[in-house]
Design a binder for this molecule. Structure first.
Ligand code: G3D
Ligand code: MG
Length: 207
């Protein structure tokens, strides 16, 4: 979490990860530009887009980091994890293999953020094609067991579920910061609302 030029604004770095062709780029384009195009070029390395949103009466600038899903590049990819405030892990509701890919990405994130878990939400994308995601497990149980805070059905094509998922993720991030300020007010930091201050305890990658 970083302070922007305007003192009251908060900038959050959100990772968007998952296997190739799950719809990561489409989700980001839908959220940031309200558009959906077929045939985005496969993302090489990393790309990012920003969008402002208001959560808990706070203006938040979201940086959505679109991380290539071809393969997880081990330490290379982890460089992009640094200073992240949260993550969206995406799978394709129509391809169960991508669901297990989501677990691998979550494991990578957990390996990196060992001191404090990175707030992470799971997205079952392409819900316009399949209302019930294609995987053999109870997804609530899967989220509990693997440390996902919540999961959402999304469709980048129809523009559903994405704002809700990001609102939930950002709410949790902001509440965590408020809690940390209550515990260690001396750390000081950001001003979330006129009455509340905010700690700067960012969940840095510990790799
Ligand atoms: P990636 O960034 O995860 O690799 P992309 O995935 O965003 O490039 O999307 C991969 C393909 O899935 C694209 O189709 C894209 O149009 C499609 N897609 C993404 N999200 C959705 C969705 O919510 N619903 C549907 N029906 N399709 C989606 P192409 O045809 O370019 O392969
Ligand atoms: Mg992409």
């Amino acid at each position: 979490m970083t302070e922007t030029d305007d003192y009251d604004d908060i900038s959050l770095k959100i990772l968007v990860v998952g296997k190739l062709a799950c719809g990561k780029t489409s989700i980001i384009q839908r959220f940031c530009h309200d558009e959906f195009q077929h045939k985005y070029k496969p993302t090489i390395g990393v790309d990012f887009n920003t969008k402002e949103m208001e959560v808990m009466n706070t203006k938040v600038i979201l940086q959505l980091w679109d991380i290539a899903g071809q393969e997880r590049f081990g330490h290379m990819t982890r460089v992009y994890f640094q200073n992240a405030d949260g993550a969206l892990v995406v799978f394709d509701s129509t391809r169960s293999a991508t669901f297990y890919g989501a677990k691998e990405w979550k494991d990578d994130i957990d390996d990196c953020f060992t001191k404090a878990a990175l707030p992470t939400v799971l997205l079952a994308n392409k819900s316009d094609l399949l209302s019930t995601p294609s995987f053999p497990e109870d997804i609530d149980k899967f989220c509990d067991e693997n440390g996902f805070l919540a999961w959402f059905k999304t469709s980048a094509k129809e523009g559903t579920g994405i704002t809700e998922a990001l609102t939930e993720l950002v709410t949790i991030i902001l509440k965590n910061h408020l809690e940390s300020v209550k515990k260690s007010p001396q750390e000081g930091g950001f001003k979330l609302t006129p009455d509340e201050t905010q700690a700067t305890e960012t969940k840095k990658c510990q790799c």
